[in-house]
Design a protein around this ligand. Structure first.
Ligand code: PLP
Length: 634
């Protein structure tokens, strides 16, 4: 487990059991666990093939509980005379079952939703029927969006229209006048606080959203003139996703706290301070201010929000606001695990080719080098490192000579193959020697790199572009590890290549201790036994950002709930896209495609190129594949 950092990032939801399998504790430390390997096996028995997205709804609920508990503790600790009332940003995961689950689980805290578009607003308005829950309306807004929010208030909902662009205020005023009623209004401030990390550009003068201070003042004036200042209730800021340094958050909170106080002084009733999203996830468990981590806990976060806002308000004798956050990643990352299978592996050919009569000089030289490596002292420490290093340099030189000779026509293709095979055999022999050296022997860098050169490619039954697009688009790191054989030392290093015909379709960046690594310790798959890999903490943003590259569609997904007595319930099954479905997305008509192929096979039968029985077989395959998943049958 420590090899994959599971003991650092997995707590409290993932661990390893005595069988070397990943265990899932969906309710964290409140008891109950599931063996992930057994679960996958049983789901496969229900005809749910891999790749499979397993959503643990208990984890989702536990995340909500932890978030609220952290704010409740902070509120009690600092004697904060207000409360916390969060919303979930729908953009983070719009899947119906996920949003429904969050709304249901969040009912006891009047937990609401944040929408960033009209479609998301539709979801929010229809699902959140609690009159006390907030519906935060962010993003660009046209007149229809604003009118919808105004009218929805009459349904007993609480949509807060957050002004993000200076020109929105005129539309809000016009719509309010025409409809004879206003929405609850919020303003998003463009903070000057400098953020760090991948989403740092969400703040500062060039940020896409938010009102700079002059625009903020102009907005307040315009609302006042229109008699709408009484509806200005909320100040919002968002300094980017995955805040990795708590110091940045503190600065932003201080700045926003002062703006809040000033807005109150200008006569706005206010009452809500929305600190946006950004609560980070510790993907590598290092607890550092790096892209894959964060240097604070959930409790630190809640404490800082509560304490800073309290301090700002107390200094000016102003009532503290209800605190709102729009945490997405921190709520939704942990609950889904993608499990995919390995279809095969490839590694450089290391077998020693049989000796031929009259081998060219370069090939003979390589054979001698291999013999030198094999004869090197087994545990000779530095001395044997020097011999190995020298031998490797020789091997590379002889290989280059062989390639040059091939280019000039002095070496045949089989002879070149022999030279390449012998070079890899040298590399393997050196790697085996290095593995036998006493621990602590310092190994030259070139020889370490050689181990990487011998790494295997594991062919993965998934599309990175569909299931983990951030690994490709923004170099996001997710914990990836085999879910079985964790009690067995892995045999070597490897990385994953996906099913797409795209060289970017790979997973070749992994969490390490402190530093990321390009190769992962993996086992040699055993024949007839599946080797399943889990990609963890990917419940936020991946599904909606995933695309249909090479027409690989959505994977099968299931919602699992822990039952009583150690069993589980499969709450929902969401079947992945079939080939027909992805074809239709691209405007192809599957029936028409089949008909064209039927006509082509008739023609081939007519020309005597295809037997009728083969034509029937071909058509049966084509018809069946339309109804099947876009992934490979393992
Ligand atoms: N609120 C706004 C306005 C956002 O743009 C985002 C996403 O970046 C979020 C909330 C959610 O952020 P996170 O998932 O980091 O909590």
């Amino acid at each position: 487990a420590s090899l994959y950092g599971l003991d650092r990032w997995g707590d409290p939801y993932f661990s390893v059991n005595g069988r070397g399998h990943v265990m899932v504790q969906p309710r964290g430390d409140r008891g109950g666990s599931l063996d992930l390997v057994d679960l996958v096996q049983e789901l496969q028995g229900r005809d749910l093939s891999l790749p499979l997205l397993i959503r643990f709804d208990d984890i989702l609920e536990d995340r909500l509980e932890r978030l609220h508990a952290a704010f409740e503790r902070a509120i009690a600790q600092y004697g904060y005379a207000g409360r916390y009332q969060g919303v979930f940003p729908v953009k983070c995961n719009q899947q119906r079952h996920v949003v429904e689950q969050l709304v249901e689980s969040g009912r006891r805290w009047h937990f609401g939703l944040e929408a960033g578009s009209k479609a998301e607003l539709l979801i929010a308005l229809s699902l959140v029927d609690d009159p006390e829950a907030l519906l935060i309306c962010n993003g660009y807004k046209d007149r229809r969006y604003i009118e919808t929010a105004i009218l929805a208030r009459r349904l007993g909902r609480q949509p807060v229209v957050v002004i993000e662009q200076a020109d929105e205020v005129a539309r809000i005023i016009a719509a309010s006048q025409e409809l004879g009623g206003a929405p609850l209004i919020g303003v998003r401030a463009k903070l000057s606080t400098r953020s760090t990390g991948r989403w740092g550009s969400s703040v500062g003068e060039r940020a896409k959203f938010g009102l700079a201070v002059p625009d903020l003042l102009a907005t307040v004036q315009a609302l006042e003139q229109a008699g709408l200042l009484g509806e200005l209730r909320l100040l919002h800021f968002h300094i980017g996703s995955q805040i990795n340094d708590i110091a940045v958050l503190k600065d932003a909170l201080q700045e926003a706290g002062q703006i809040y106080v000033e807005l109150t002084k200008l006569g706005a009733p206010m009452g809500l301070l929305d600190v946006g999203g950004g609560l980070g996830v510790d993907y590598d468990g290092s607890r550092t201010a790096t892209a894959a981590s964060k240097n604070y806990s959930l409790q630190n976060y809640a404490n800082d929000v509560v304490a800073t806002v309290r301090e700002c308000c107390a200094a000016h004798g102003i009532a503290v606001p209800t605190l709102v956050s729009e945490s997405g990643r921190a709520i939704a990352s942990h609950f889904s695990v993608l499990v995919f299978d390995v279809l095969g592996t490839a590694r450089p050919p290391g077998a020693v080719p049989a000796e031929q009569p009259q081998e060219p000089l370069m090939v003979r030289n390589l054979r001698e080098t291999l013999a030198t490596i094999n004869a090197a002292p087994a545990a000779g420490g530095h001395a044997s490192c020097d011999t190995l290093q020298e031998a490797w340099n020789d091997a590379l030189k002889f290989k280059d000579d062989a390639l040059a000779a091939f280019r000039l026509g002095y070496l045949s293709l089989p002879e070149r193959a022999q030279a390449e095979q012998l070079t890899w055999a040298c590399a393997e022999a050196i790697a085996a020697r290095l593995a036998g050296l006493p621990e602590g022997t310092s190994i030259p860098e070139d020889l370490l790199a050689l181990q990487a050169a011998l790494a295997s490619t594991y062919y993965a039954n998934l599309s990175v572009f569909r299931s983990a697009p951030d690994t490709w688009a923004i170099d996001q790191l997710f914990p990836v590890l085999p879910i079985q054989r964790l009690d067995e030392r892995p045999m070597g290093l490897g990385s994953f290549a996906d099913l797409t015909c795209d060289s970017d379709g790979k997973i070749a960046r992994f969490i390490g201790t402190g530093q990321e690594k390009s190769l992962l310790e993996l086992h040699a798959p055993r024949s007839g036994e599946p080797y399943w890999i889990g990609l963890f903490l990917a419940g936020a943003y991946q599904e909606v950002m995933g695309n249909l590259h090479n027409l690989f569609g959505s994977t099968n997904a299931v919602h699992i709930r822990l039952g009583t007595g150690g069993n589980y319930v499969v709450d929902h099954v969401v079947r992945g896209d079939t080939n027909a479905e992805v074809l239709e997305v691209m405007e192809h008509d599957p029936k028409q495609l089949l008909e064209r192929l039927r006509l082509a096979s008739e023609e081939a039968i007519g020309r005597g190129h295809l037997a009728i029985s083969d034509a029937r077989r071909l058509m049966a395959h084509l018809r069946a594949s339309l109804d099947q998943t876009t992934y490979l049958a393992s």
